[in-house]
Design a protein around this ligand. Sequence first.
Ligand code: ADP
Length: 167
Amino acid sequence: MTIAIYAGSFDPITHGHLDIIKRSSSIFDKLIVGVYDRPEKRLLFSTEERLQMVKQATIHLKNVETQSYSGLTVDFAKNVGAKVMVRGLRMSSDFEREFEMAMMNKKLAPDIELVCFMASLEFQFLSSSLLKEVAQLGGCLENMVPDHVADALRKKFASELSQPSRK
Ligand code: ADP
């Protein structure tokens, strides 16, 4: 049985991430989505919120599980018995950083293979960071995120607007 992990911040999960999850879960016996618990990185959603959004978005995929993790991604892979790490590559932005990380991970854990999926054409320019900007400015999120994620974004920015400025 080949277990793969797909790790990331998922702040929040988008249709681009989901496309990679669907495609990889049809190839591997089991896919574990790892939601990175990264307290030092300024993220919009808490680890628990990101975890629940991924769980809800993947509930229909029977061989997909979701867990949060901290520390090295290769250690997470080893702990769950995964031989493969999945990543998604967008044409314009991802290659150099992914290549650098892949080389480092190979040094840290030579037995774990990286499998990269090319982002589908319609999701090439979709990133969590850009869509957060769109959401903050009240733009339409149709076809970018599942409905429950769009709702969570709207709520988050509505509550931020109602807070006094932190500057
Ligand atoms: P990280 O903080 O590790 O960059 P992300 O949640 O931003 O985490 O991304 C996780 C993985 O999903 C990365 O491999 C990233 O390149 C990939 N990814 C992000 N957006 C898309 C997209 N629109 N299409 C395909 N892959 C994507």
